[in-house]
Write a protein that binds this ligand. Structure first.
Ligand code: GRG
Length: 300
């Protein structure tokens, strides 16, 4: 399987669906046009769409029902909306105060702080609109389970809590376990929820859910380790956002604890564990396997 082609096709499917749902919601014009423009600016700014793609790939690994993708796309899109909201808020002056993201000015640089806060709020709320609305044909009990696991992952016990833990520990020394807790909640929780949501939608049994959980844990870890490595070793032009910003902000990172080479080995080990977690799955899990490999070779 050619992973680049697969990722590109899935990305286009997610982007097409996002466009379609936005048009159908009828929010493009009228009184709220400026707000929707700010939401659209970040939503279509060139993200990799890795969370929605993981969601679709996890469902593919578990089941082959042909209409599954159509049922799942609103859920995949909701995950991307939540991720985009988190980046808009993360870039705000009150948080990381970043001017550039994906090679473009950050949301608040164009729409002001209030506009960016509300663009993030709008995306987060729209995500739950998509999860609970008419767009998906999944049965209500599956939808409820998915909404619950995504809400848990995005909220105070997941991404929001992790962000606060991260910010409040800047310029402080703390044990490595705290760094793992920051990563697990700030970055890992939404990645895990994306994978489990796909599994639940496809009707994963207990054993399959457990395997997906192990895979998600390791892929989330690899993703964050690589993010730390890229921040430490790439240029701003390569990243499309400020390189070296972790060190400037006094953020603890894997390279700060272990050095670059040992950090690379840890990323490789996490990917190998992610692959092992899928041992009981057949070839339908090949996209999940390839995504795990892609994560440590990505350049931005
Ligand atoms: C504001 C509640 C709140 C949370 C923010 C996600 C996040 C929490 C902060 C972003 C900081 C950061 C660099 C985290 C490391 C991993 C990460 C989420 C990277 C960005 O995700 P990608 O690489 O981004 O999937 P693209 O641009 O491809 O969408």
């Amino acid at each position: 399987m050619e992973i680049k082609t697969y990722l590109n096709n899935q990305r286009l499917a997610v982007e097409g669906a996002l466009e379609g749902y936005m048009l159908a919601a009828g929010v493009e014009n009228g009184l709220f046009a400026a707000h929707v423009e700010a939401m659209r600016y970040s939503l279509f700014a060139g993200g990799k769409r890795i969370r929605p793609i993981l969601c679709l790939a996890a469902a593919e690994a578990v089941g082959t029902r042909p209409e599954l993708d159509a049922d799942l796309l609103p859920i995949a899109c909701a995950l991307e909306c939540i991720h985009t909201y988190s980046l808009i808020h993360d870039d705000l002056p009150a948080m990381d105060n970043d001017d550039m993201r994906r090679g473009k000015p950050t949301n608040h640089k164009l729409y002001g702080e209030a506009g960016a806060i509300l663009a993030g709020d709008g995306l987060l709320t729209w995500a739950f609109d998509l999860l609970s609305g008419e767009e998906s044909g999944l049965p209500p009990e599956k939808r409820l389970a998915i909404i619950h696991l995504i809400a848990r992952a995005a909220g105070s016990l997941g991404m929001v809590g992790g962000q606060l833990l991260d910010i409040s520990n800047e310029h402080k020394e703390f044990p490595f376990e705290t760094l793992r807790a920051i990563h697990r909640s700030k970055t890992g929780a939404l990645i895990m929820a994306s994978i489990l949501a796909g599994g639940v939608a496809a009707g994963a049994d207990q054993g399959q859910k457990e395997a997906l959980r192990c895979y998600g844990e390791q892929v989330g870890l690899a993703f964050q380790i690589v993010d730390d490595l890229l921040n430490a070793t790439s240029t701003t032009a390569q990243l499309g956002k400020a390189a070296g910003s972790d060190a400037c902000r006094g953020k603890a990172t894997y390279p700060a604890y272990f050095g670059i080479e040992a950090t690379r080995q840890k990323a490789e080990a996490a990917v190998e564990e992610a692959e092992s977690a899928l041992i009981s799955f057949d070839a339908k899990a090949d996209p999940l396997r390839a995504i795990a490999r892609y994560i440590i070779t990505r350049s931005h």
